[in-house]
Design a protein around this ligand. Structure first.
Ligand SMILES: Cc1cc2nc3c(=O)[nH]c(=O)nc-3n(C[C@H](O)[C@H](O)[C@H](O)COP(=O)(O)OP(=O)(O)OC[C@H]3O[C@@H](n4cnc5c(N)ncnc54)[C@H](O)[C@@H]3O)c2cc1C
Length: 492
């Protein structure tokens, strides 16, 4: 008799779900999601993440129950929850997807692996993205990604045999509320769950992708012009393979050249997703330390407490009151909605890293809390890339003034998010841009010219760099910095 627990993590869906398909062949199974205090209290977690997670669990629970599998949602440390469940249901198999998560989840997985060994529970972990475990270097990575994404999707099981006493009718399938979890309130979040993801995907493939490349960069057009699938990837309500295959099919069937042009641009970004996650998989401590050790100690806050002046700058940046209108408008959109397009995310980080000369870790934690789609591998790689600490990417400094000229020439976006813009209530710029950037460039270019930095760059490129042209070019081009007019009330 084969007994199993399907442990849901960042894979809250029915489709293309290998652990679920395996459970459908078992004689007795239950589904489990663990609300872990380590996550709820982590500095990356925000009430909006919990709110959205509960929506996703609600939809998954109903879909599973309709096929006879209960979804138990339990709160506690993973090993304690698994041990308690094993006393109720003596399972021999634990089925889950691989996870490339933050340090606490890596530590938890090691404890779970040890517990499984001590209890003779066989833990099977299945890949769900293009991330490859125990990879030596990036040779052949792109073709492995392609192979995985082109493989047939796992069929959705139609029926399960629940463990005795655990049929959906026999157990309480209530979900905790935010209040039960000690959260007083959360900002509005979009519709969650697999069906919401499918609706979003369909609307993108069938029409919204039409002007994708044109609409990507401006915060005015990106909100509807981008796919808006990132939170679905982050919580696994859609599988990367499903989206890849649906996109390729849409390209094949499209009679519009413009639509297929947009879809091809989108398709290449799906590979970027896994390319960046692979970096964290290969080097888990990039969450805390610089890719390039030669950049250690470059900015205050790197291994030493932040100075008062930096704390004040960080605070102004977090609240969207730096006195640089495009920066502040973007931050305010993010605070209100939990999403921002790529270019504006990069500009926010570039501003923190170069104009304010802040180390990436604290701004990165703040953004991680705000991004509903927080994906550690992409996030920490991008934080470092946009801060100039990877050692291999060309430094890219965004001028907020040029971004407003290019992306919001009429100032609609700025006025939408900064109602007090132009009045005495709007703050003056918190730094002098010209001298701040002169200082930043001198520090960084000086550092890069050392022989130690050159040697290190070779090793980083070997381990993390893409071998395929066409892979991430974002952030690798040099941008000339335009000196803006930062007079109070001026858009540019
Ligand atoms: C500092 C910084 C932090 C970021 N943090 C995250 C994060 O935590 N989670 C996250 O999903 N993305 C992150 N990104 C990448 C990117 O901004 C988002 O993926 C994108 O804005 C999400 O919106 P979308 O799904 O509509 O994207 P689309 O433009 O429609 O792209 C489709 C998908 O491709 C992938 N993708 C797109 N751009 C990138 C990129 N540059 N790198 C890797 N994958 C990409 C994402 O999975 C995205 O959902 C970050 C970018 C920066 C500059």
């Amino acid at each position: 008799m084969k007994t199993a627990v399907v442990w849901f993590k960042r894979d809250l869906r029915m489709a293309d779900h290998a652990p679920l398909a395996e459970a459908a062949h078992c004689d007795a199974a239950v589904g489990l999601f663990i609300l872990e205090p380590a996550w709820l209290t982590s500095p990356e977690c925000h009430p909006r993440h919990v709110d959205w997670l509960l929506k996703c669990l609600d939809s998954l629970r109903d879909a599973l129950a309709a096929r006879g599998l209960p979804l138990l949602v339990r709160t506690g440390e993973a090993v304690a929850v698994l041990a308690a469940l094993r006393r109720e249901f003596h399972f021999a198999h634990l089925l889950s997807h691989e996870e490339t998560g933050p340090g606490w989840s890596y530590a938890r997985d090691r404890q779970v692996a040890q517990w499984c060994r001590s209890q003779s529970v066989a833990w099977a972990e299945f890949p769900q993205t293009g991330v490859v475990r125990r990879l030596k270097d990036r040779k052949g990575w792109a073709s492995r990604w392609q192979h995985r994404m082109d493989a047939a999707c796992v069929p959705t099981p139609q029926a399960f045999k629940a463990a005795r006493g655990f049929t959906p009718a026999e157990v309480a399938l209530n979900l905790p509320t935010l209040r039960d979890l000690g959260i007083a309130a959360a900002p509005d979040t979009p519709p969650g769950g697999e069906t919401a993801g499918q609706v979003m995907l369909a609307s993108f493939l069938s029409g919204r992708a039409l002007g994708y490349r044109r609409n990507l960069s401006s915060p005015l057009t990106a909100q509807t012009g981008c796919s808006r699938l990132s939170e679905h990837f982050a919580f696994g309500t859609l599988s990367m393979r499903t989206v890849h295959q649906a996109t390729e099919a849409a390209i094949q069937n499209s009679s519009s050249r413009e639509l297929s042009y947009g879809l091809r641009g989108f398709s290449s970004r799906l590979r970027w997703h896994c390319h960046f996650m692979q970096k964290l998989e290969d080097e888990p401590d990039i969450e805390w330390r610089n890719f390039a050790r030669s950049a250690d100690g470059l900015r205050a806050g790197d291994g030493a407490p932040m100075r008062e002046m930096d704390r004040e700058r960080l605070q102004a940046w977090c609240e969207g009151r730096t006195g640089f209108p495009m920066v502040d408008a973007c931050m305010r959109q993010l605070l209100a909605t939990g999403w921002l397009n790529f270019r504006m995310r990069a500009m926010l980080v570039s501003f923190a890293a170069y104009h304010l000369w802040l180390h990436w870790r604290e701004p990165g934690l703040f953004l991680a809390r705000q991004f509903l789609d927080f994906e550690p591998g992409i996030h920490w790689s991008q934080m470092q890339m946009q801060s100039g600490t990877t050692g291999i990417n060309t430094l890219r400094i965004y001028s907020p003034a040029k971004q407003s000229l290019d992306q919001d020439p009429q100032g609609h976006y700025i006025r939408q998010w900064i109602p007090e813009f132009g009045s005495a209530a709007y703050p003056r710029p918190i730094v002098d841009e010209r001298s701040a950037l002169a200082f930043a460039k001198e520090q960084l270019y000086g550092l890069r010219q050392t022989s130690e930095a050159h040697r290190e760059a070779g090793a980083i490129q070997q381990k993390h760099g893409s071998r395929k042209s066409g892979l991430p070019s974002t952030g690798t081009r040099t941008r000339r910095v335009r000196e803006p007019d930062t007079r109070q009330g001026s858009l540019f």
